[in-house]
Design a protein around this ligand. Sequence first.
Ligand SMILES: [Zn+2]
Length: 283
Amino acid sequence: MTTLGIDLGATHVRAGLVDRDGRLSDVTRQVLPPGPAARLDAVRAVLAHYPEAAAVGLAVAGTVRDGVLTWSANLGLSDVDFAAELGRPVAVINDARAAGLAEARFGAGAGAATVLLVTVGTGLGGALVTGGRPHEGTGHAGEVGHLVLDAGGPPCRCGNHGCWEQLAGGVALNRTGAGLGPDGGGTPGAARLAAAAAAGQPRAVAALARHAREFARGLDSLCAVLAPHTVVLGGGLVARSGPIREAYLAAARTLRWHTGPVRPARLGDDAGVIGAALAANLS
Ligand SMILES: [Zn+2]
């Protein structure tokens, strides 16, 4: 029996069939046309492509509560009951929780009773998986990037100041990289910071070390509260090897409140699809 996993992101939809051992087959990926209406049409097209799927799971970049996408800035959607819209049972799960579920079952957290996934992208996201189940709470569980670490820090899109992602997320790395001077090529700040640090430029090396310390500070606070057995680091800025991944992984291995394993995520872009399929089989 195979399950269809669908990962609906801001710019593309990715899908595939997932077997009991987490193996993916018949993977498809489509770029989404702009506009919220195109999202549902894209999911309908995916369902039509996989008529053999016995069950369907859908990972979405947004707040999910009790199977309903309540709000997504990335998708431009709010209060969407996909099962009702699509006329068939669909297990809907937040994309970070899907990735956490997949890493906990088949990836870097396999075998651990409690897994904390933290993703380093533009922001910082995350998921806590306990006993094979992701914690959803009232829907926004895993918004770790909004842990306030410096009340006098930079403003955040959430309305607070000094949120963790403003100090250690991609948004912070981009800001620092852009401050290194003109590059002329439009390279994102985080990539410029990484290149300058790799070249041994002292200002860049010091700035990256400072961001890594801020990253470890927030992660330590999370570990004090959540006490995960294994910490998994994912997201675009950690997925690529280089100074950012090395600095963040090294900093994450110097915590007071976590002496267990800290591992880079293993499933990459497949985590959302696999986690969505796993969500369809949670009872
Ligand atoms: Zn915030």
